[in-house]
Design a protein around this ligand. Sequence first.
Ligand SMILES: *Cc1c(COP(=O)(O)O)cnc(C)c1O
Length: 413
Amino acid sequence: MLTLGLHPTGRHFLQIPGPSPVPDRILRAMSLPTIDHRGPEFGALGLKVLLGLRGVFKTRQPVIVYPSSGTGAWEAALVNTMSPGDHVLMYETGYFAALWTKLATRLGLSAEVIEWTDADEQLPNAPGWRQGVRADLIEERLRKDIERRIKAVCVVHNETSTGVTSNIAAVRKAIDACGHPALLMVDTVSGLAIADYRHDEWGVDVTISGSQKGLMLPPGIGFNVASPRALEVSKSARLPRSYWAWDEIIETNKSGYWPYTPNTNLLYGLSEALEMLQAEGLENVFARHGRWAAGVRDAVNSWGLPIQCADRALYSPVLTGVITPAGIDADALRKLILERFDMSLGAGLGKLKGRMFRIGHLGNSNDLTILAALAGCEMGLKLAGVNLAGSGVETAMQFFAAHPSQISQAKSV
Ligand SMILES: *Cc1c(COP(=O)(O)O)cnc(C)c1O
């Protein structure tokens, strides 16, 4: 803990890809007094957020809300649908996908991993994990599974460790193309409410998400959405579950309540976040993040540094991963930027440790906070001795000036 006199003035720049900076409006909503979670007022709040969430997930199915982190929601998805020893096919797009695999293994499932790497040969310093999910490889594997041993295909929508957003509709198509009965489970912990996501239309069986990324809330809420088929499968699934069991929660949720104490104040915040998203419109929310991401990528390109995502079609609107030049420790760079400019950047995770850093462009932001974040990066890179090809800040300023946001366009008519 810093002593009071040494605490920096102004706002800390929380530019990690989650938890994201929380809008003041949400923080204020959360500061209301905690109420009786079995009293009459609470039911109305519960019903409101449960209904509002369906719009964000683009589903008509019930959304299950846990007082948990995203990791809890991963576990919930598996224990509600799988039986001991079941075989699951997981796709390693990065660190979060790998963590989910570890969790599945600890639960007693047999996890098989697909990983595919490309383009790294052209970049001697690139550490791997630069691609999205290849649906054709999933299809190829499922076709060989004559005995239908694979019970679920698990993929991450937006891989937060790399900044790659995979095509989920293509994975559904691949599963359907071979008529395989495996459930499709998708982690959109960081993608939800930033990148387009369609639980129903994409035929996802279990969606997993969390509060602290696109929903702009503090950490502490985990989500599952289950398809009718997943709900059916859950009736005969035999992994032990109690706290995570869908059936009891869905039943009590019908009147807006939970079987146990929900995180009341976070639900106040969620109610506010849903109002904000509804007022702006989800499509505008996606466009806003896409525009920031494009400005940030322009800046990184101007610096002459490689972007972690090697597939232009899969660039993430949530964050941008930046690979540091050989000999530049990305963690030392992040430390310098934190100490000098009071900005937190995302670390390289797992095998990417020290090799790259991540700029989050989500949560309570605007063009100027994004530019300031880029300025912090640019100053830090120069101080660390990186020879930049040009000014990323200058390029991003030009980009934002040349491409007005939807809000500013609406105001000027
Ligand atoms: C943040 C994140 C998680 C983990 O969520 P926790 O709240 O840290 O448990 C899982 N998957 C992805 C893709 C994430 O970004």
